[in-house]
Design a protein around this ligand. Structure first.
Ligand code: N5H
Length: 256
């Protein structure tokens, strides 16, 4: 690909395996000349993510971050600052809700489940933006991932839909706060993709053909299509775009 991001440095958060949206974005940014660092969640994913990164982008800084722990976020950025001093953006591609809160009725969501989903899936963007902006001295681009269940009622998405609504509106408030510093903040609303996070979800595989049939392009989307949009948002091509949610969903969101 072109060298749209030559000399730029991005932190990629949320790679779990080679099907992760975060990994597809990492590859696209890397091919466009960016230098990358990675954060992953805990020891369970460490060796898998390390293998992936070492095979394609050896030497990239890697940090373990549980986003519910302020001290882990602070220490990750401290480490990054040592390695890089400045950076140009973050790709935030992480979310979590308890499996029991992703089925049945939203009205039954527990306080703990609600708070956990919001903490990991929405508040983490706020706290990461706060840390990242200190290193983004030349401005840059922060990108997060959302889903149409944050705008409309999608069966079983439940607490995650409410968390995505908080995330998307956090994108707008963050865009306004960080705009004067030349930092753009945007979300990509992706159609359903068969990733590790999705696979654990009940009935996920039956959703894919249903969505494909109803979408204007009559198909599902791929990680690479999301990655191309992330590359655009990360680059100067999107210099006038902030506070936006771009749908990469084969047009599904326009349908009634
Ligand atoms: C309408 C749907 C299907 C129902 C809801 C899906 C929600 C998915 C999002 C979250 C992130 C999934 C999740 O937290 C699953 C966990 O309870 C269990 N899984 C794990 O712990 C795995 C191992 C790790 C890798 O996952 C995480 N999150 O750490 C939505 C779908 C059609 C589209 C979709 C799947 C949307 C989305 O937001 O991802």
């Amino acid at each position: 690909m072109n060298q749209l991001l030559a000399g730029k440095k991005f932190l990629i958060m949320g790679v779990a395996n080679d099907r992760s949206i975060a990994w597809a974005i990492a590859k696209a940014l890397h091919e466009a000349g960016a230098t990358l660092a990675f954060s992953y969640q805990g020891e369970r994913l460490e060796s898998r993510v390390q293998k992936l990164v070492e095979s394609t982008m050896p030497g990239s800084p890697m940090v373990s971050v549980d986003v519910t722990r302020d001290e882990e976020i602070a220490s990750a950025f401290k480490q990054l600052k040592k390695a890089w001093s400045t950076m140009d953006g973050v790709v935030h591609s992480l979310a979590f809700a308890k499996a029991e809160d992703l089925e049945g009725n939203f009205v039954d969501t527990s306080r703990e489940g609600f708070l956990l989903a919001h903490d990991i899936s929405a508040f983490s963007l706020v706290t990461i933006a706060r840390e990242a902006k200190e290193m983004m001295t030349e401005g840059g681009s922060i990108i997060t991932m959302t889903y149409i269940g944050g705008e409309r009622i999608v069966s079983n998405y439940n607490v995650m839909g409410v968390a995505k609504a908080a995330l998307e509106h956090s994108v707008r408030y963050l865009a306004n706060d960080l705009g004067p510093q030349g930092i753009r903040v945007n979300a990509i609303s992706a159609g359903p993709i068969n990733t590790l996070a999705a696979r654990g979800v009940k009935n996920f595989t039956s959703i894919l053909p249903q969505v494909a049939e109803k979408s204007p392009l009559r198909r599902n989307i791929t990680q690479d299509e999301v990655a191309k949009t992330a590359l655009f948002l990360a680059s100067d091509l999107a210099s006038g775009i902030t506070g936006e949610t771009i749908h990469v969903d084969a047009g599904y969101h326009i349908m009634g």
